[in-house]
Design a protein around this ligand. Structure first.
Ligand code: ADP
Ligand code: MG
Length: 266
C-alpha cells in the first residue's frame, strides 16, 4: 500500500518527538485502513424506499433498507413472496431507481442518476440473471450472448470469439445455433448466465435463478455461480432454496420491505 507510514513520517516530520511521530503513524494507519474498508464496500444503501403508485393506493415495496455488501462476497437474499426481493434487486442492478434514499455502487452515487447514465453503469459493472431467463426468442444462443458486447460497441469478430468462449465455459459449445425454444430450462438459464457474464461484470445478480429448474439443472447453475464467486466476483442471489443459502457467505432476510435485524452486517 505505497510508502510505509512510519518511514513517510520520518521523511516529512524529521524533527517531531518520538511520541508525536508514533501518534501520527497510528492515525495515518487508521486513515489507510478506513479508505481500504470504503473501497471494499461495493454496494451500500442508505434508507432505500420504493413506492409503487397505483392511482389511489400506494404500495411501499421497500421501507428503509440499509445494506452493505463487500467486494467478493456471496450473499443470499431470502424472504416471503411479495417482501420486496425483486424490487431491491432491480435497484441494486441499476434497472430501477429508489423513491427515496441513497444507493452507492462502487463508491458512485447512482440513486439519482438519469436513465442513460444508469444504463451505462449497469453495462459496465453488472450482470443480471432473471428467473424467467429473458432470452430473445428469435435469436440463436450465440447471438443472444453476443448482444451485450454489441451494445458495448465491440466488433463482430471479437464479439463472436468472446461469446463462444463464455458459452464453452458454461458447457454449451454444442448448442450455438439453437434457438432458446429448442433448449431445456437448465440450458436456457446457462445461456442467460453466459449473457450476464460475457462482458466481465464484477457483480452478478440473480433473481431466483433456479426457481424454474429441476434440482439437477439447478445444481449445475449453482456450480457456475460458485465458480464465479471463487474467481473473485461479488455474487448476490435471491432464493428460496436452502441449498443455495447454505453456500452463501451471508444471508440477508427481508420481510415487508425491511431487512430483519441481525442480518445487516452479517
Ligand atoms: P418479491 O420479489 O419478494 O416477491 P416484489 O419486489 O416483486 O417482491 O414486490 C414487492 C411488493 O411490491 C409487492 O407487494 C408487489 O405487489 C409490489 N410490486 C412489485 N412490482 C410492482 C409494480 N411494478 N407495480 C406495483 N406494485 C408492485
Ligand atoms: Mg420476486
Amino acid at each position: 500500500m505505497g510508502l510505509e507510514p512510519g518511514l513517510a513520517l520520518r521523511i516529512y516530520f524529521p524533527t517531531q518527538s518520538l511520541n508525536t511521530r508514533f501518534m501520527l503513524t497510528i492515525s495515518l494507519r487508521s486513515i489507510v485502513w478506513l479508505l481500504w474498508i470504503k473501497l471494499m464496500e461495493i454496494i451500500k444503501t442508505d434508507r432505500l424506499v420504493k413506492d409503487y403508485d397505483l392511482g389511489k393506493i400506494k404500495v411501499r415495496a421497500l421501507d428503509g433498507v440499509d445494506i452493505v455488501i463487500e467486494s467478493g462476497e456471496f450473499v443470499a437474499i431470502m424472504g416471503p413472496s411479495g417482501s420486496g426481493k425483486s424490487t431491491l434487486m432491480h435497484i441494486i442492478g441499476c434497472l430501477d431507481s429508489p423513491s427515496e434514499g441513497e444507493y452507492y455502487l462502487d463508491g458512485l452515487l447512482v440513486s439519482q442518476m438519469e436513465r442513460r447514465k444508469l444504463a451505462a453503469v449497469r453495462n459496465a459493472k453488472i450482470g443480471f440473471v432473471f428467473q424467467s431467463f429473458n432470452l430473445l426468442p428469435h435469436l440463436n444462443v450465440l447471438k443472444n450472448v453476443e448482444l451485450p458486447l454489441m451494445y458495448a460497441g465491440m466488433g463482430s469478430k471479437e464479439r463472436n470469439r468472446q461469446a463462444r468462449n463464455i458459452l464453452d465455459s458454461v458447457g454449451l459449445s454444442d448448442r450455438l445455433r439453437h434457438k432458446p425454444s429448442e433448449l431445456s430450462g437448465g440450458q436456457r438459464q446457462r445461456v442467460a448466465i453466459a449473457r450476464a457474464i460475457v462482458n466481465s461484470p464484477s457483480i452478478l445478480l440473480a433473481d431466483e435463478p433456479t426457481g424454474n429448474l429441476d434440482s439437477t439443472s439447478g445444481g449445475d447453475i449453482l456450480e457456475i455461480f460458485g465458480q464465479l464467486h471463487r474467481q473473485g466476483n461479488t455474487v448476490i442471489i435471491v432464493t428460496h432454496d436452502p441449498n443455495v443459502a447454505e453456500r452463501a457467505d451471508r444471508i440477508i432476510q427481508i420481510y415487508d420491505g425491511k431487512i430483519s435485524d441481525g442480518d445487516i452486517l452479517g
